[in-house]
Design a protein around this ligand. Structure first.
Ligand code: B4P
Length: 189
């Protein structure tokens, strides 16, 4: 099985690039952001709780997102060629939990594709996305907090996978097609 993680700061294009990869490699896309936004739209108890964190640019508690990932793995692991994890893991505790869940199914992460984009470009992209999609976490104050949370809690996840020799760095600025080509080159290597 080919199990990939798309890693990077908010707005680095994880969701955009995941869409390009799912058909090419026939993988199941698991985006914790999308799963959480579905819960928010359906106004489930989980969604009502998660919305408070998301609107403030904070991370939703680890146990909530790990539970969602565990359910998704149970549902799909016998029927797909692999997974693309997008927006997960975002903390070292989530990375450790993912390794444990995969090991229980005799699976493992194949590669972590880490998208690098400057903070000015990230803020520009997210403000633009705010105009198009009206996402509540795309106002400037929340975006700045999301960047701070990324620096403090998420960026260290890259070291976790570098230690496992699974990290591939990708230049995340330029055309969507060129970035996708760099990612595919890393996957096929
Ligand atoms: P996510 O849904 O994961 O959102 P994201 O980080 O903002 O976006 P992404 O990197 O996927 O960027 P996109 O492709 O859209 O998270 C939302 C929230 O959910 C989090 O803040 C948190 O509260 C919660 N959450 C999610 N996962 C969690 C977890 N594991 N633990 C705890 N909480 C969690 O691209 C952004 C924009 O840039 C788009 O408009 C796109 O069109 C544009 N773009 C993309 N590539 C481009 C390029 N090359 N050039 C120009 N523009 C580009």
């Amino acid at each position: 099985m080919l199990n990939l993680i798309l890693f990077g700061p908010p707005g680095s294009g994880k969701g955009t690039q995941a869409e390009k990869l799912i058909d090419k490699y026939n993988l199941k896309h698991i985006s914790t952001g999308n799963l959480l936004r579905s819960e928010v739209s359906a106004q489930t108890q989980l969604g009502i709780e998660a919305k408070k964190f998301m609107d403030a640019g904070e991370l939703v508690p680890d146990e909530v997102v790990i539970g969602m990932i565990s359910n998704a793995l149970d549902e799909h692991s016998n029927s797909v060629k692999g997974f693309i994890f997008d927006g997960f893991p975002r903390t070292v505790a989530q990375a450790e939990a993912l390794d444990k869940l995969l090991t229980e199914k005799s699976l493992s992460i194949s590669k972590v594709l880490s998208l690098h984009v400057s903070e000015d470009e990230l803020v520009d992209r997210l403000l633009k996305r705010a105009k198009d999609s009206g996402r509540a976490d795309d106002n400037e104050e929340t975006i700045r907090n999301r960047m701070k949370v990324y620096r403090e809690k998420t960026s260290v996840v890259a070291d976790y996978y570098a230690d496992q020799v699974k990290l591939a760095d990708i230049v995340g600025e330029g055309s969507i097609e060129d970035i996708s080509a760099s990612i595919c080159k890393q996957i096929d290597a």
